[in-house]
Design a protein around this ligand. Structure first.
Ligand code: DC
Length: 225
């Protein structure tokens, strides 16, 4: 199976770009952030502090997180309930940053992630896909953009959903999450040595997708997969 590992900070446009590129190249898009988000949602619902490993780790045994695809779109299920929408709130985002720093949470999700890459040609996006989850992926991308550009995009996304926040607050959250994600001990966000850097600060969405599609085509030709 051919895998594309896409890592990068929050709000770089990874999911939109990766999903579109997967569709155009006939691959399955796997958003691993949704798996971490489902775990965080469970902790919030169970009134468990997502930063407290002593509470979070035992609670993992009561959780089943699964992915399925409906009309080509990924859906995430938490103990049988489709939580794909519920996991997209700022509160869940912050809690996810906390639970994802716990090594046992990362280990817990490893099999699901690797299992997808064994079964399908995947474009998998996350924070440690090229460095930890799929270290042998034939194509690794580090997709990023400046914090200001990322905050602006997220701000517009939230406003469009009717959940406006002020821009300064969104920027502060982007910076805080970058810091958490790149300074944690367990699988911190960093560019794999053999990853291609794709900076989308000055690219339109269409240009970013086209670049990624071309990288995928070229690498598949080179590796004949
Ligand atoms: O990509 P996202 O915004 O849905 O990610 C939510 C959080 O999950 C983010 O704080 C980083 C974390 N995450 C992670 O640690 N490892 C992954 N493979 C994906 C997400």
């Amino acid at each position: 199976m051919f895998s594309v590992a896409i890592d990068g900070p929050a709000g770089a446009g990874k999911s939109t770009v990766a999903r579109a590129a997967a569709l155009r190249t006939g691959m399955i898009y796997v958003d691993t952030g949704a798996l971490y988000r489902a775990i965080a949602l469970h902790m919030l619902q169970a009134k468990i502090d997502p930063a407290d490993a002593l509470q979070v780790v035992p609670a993992l045994s009561a959780i089943k997180v699964e992915l399925s695809y409906v009309e080509g779109r990924q859906r995430v299920f938490l103990n049988g309930e489709d939580v794909s929408e519920k996991i997209r709130t700022p509160e869940v985002s912050m809690a996810t940053s906390a639970v994802s720093a716990i090594p046992q949470v990362r280990e817990y999700l490893m099999e699901t992630q690797r299992g997808m890459a064994e079964k399908y040609h995947v474009v998998m996006d996350g924070r440690d896909i090229g460095t930890v989850v799929l270290p042998n992926a034939p194509l690794k991308i580090f997709l990023t953009a400046s914090p200001e550009v990322r905050a602006k995009r997220r701000y517009e996304e939230l406003s469009a959903k009717g959940a406006p926040q002020n821009y300064e607050q969104v920027l502060a959250e982007v910076i805080q999450r970058d810091y958490n994600d790149s300074h944690r001990k367990a699988a911190p966000l960093k560019q794999a040595e053999d990853a291609v850097l794709l900076d989308t600060s000055n690219l339109t969405l269409e240009q970013s997708i086209a670049e990624l599609v071309e990288l995928i085509h070229n690498r598949r030709m080179e590796t004949q997969q």
